[in-house]
Write a protein that binds this ligand. Sequence first.
Ligand code: CP
Length: 313
Amino acid sequence: MAWNRKHLLDIESLSADEIRLILDTARAFKAVGERAIKKVPALRGKTVINLFVEPSTRTRTSFELAAIRLSADVINFSTEASSFKKGETLKDTARNLEALSADIIIIRHSAAGAPHFLSRVLLASVVNAGDGAHEHPTQALLDIFTILEKKGRIAGLKVTILGDILYSRVARSDIWALLKLGAQVTLCGPPTLVPKTFEQMGCRVTHDLDDAIRDADIINLLRIQHERQRKAMFPSLSEYTSLYGLNRARLAITKPDALLMHPGPINRGVEIDSESADGERSVILEQVTNGLAVRMAVLFLINGGVGPQEIAA
Ligand code: CP
């Protein structure tokens, strides 16, 4: 199939074939990253702007490196040093960046729907790097890419997402991607953070940690998104950790080849202990590595790239 989208705004609107095309293209870019010369000219002459209005370590850095590896000119917009501080709106800010010849604007914003809004008012391509609690599409794509590398398939796998689902954009994007590709998704955490309404998406919901992890092939942990919670959602962090934190004793009841994932940032000692986070079942840093190839694929495709066949062997 051919890619014919100008923007990447979410996973919900993608077909399974579109997701597979991004993953196949990312696989070709991962091979490029293993060569002596890691750059390709695909975005030469194009300008990519990282418009991050919320903090980020992994996503911003890997989008920047992805654009550099594709030979684009890259600008990292700094909110703190910007005219946001003088009351300029998001629309005016983005239109001014576009007036400076931005071809692709990558946006992270606390408001759900901010990337969709920009896609309607700009001529440039827009990539969602995380919008509120709505979606984080490239995180889901790199998660799926990592699972495929390790397990060779998605269909039929039992994937448990554990933690603060309600406020997590990663959870929503992961759920859409996993279900479209045929995985069985279980969500687990305190009832206040994992309401039964998620069953309407096609997931199983349980509040019993042992039940959630015993048969899982993949355990994907999420941190508590304090920045988006307007009130206390559980009595204390220590109670959360004692009921839902992953540690050596809990790992002992899981399948021996179950993989541990986490989008980062990790709150060590809360949702996962350090021994498990750094242990041999953890693929957390491989997820970060794969984010580069996935983001190269996304920028390449929305710039008009056709697919992996275009990336020279
Ligand atoms: N996973 C993720 O989005 O990390 P950052 O917030 O550091 O980009």
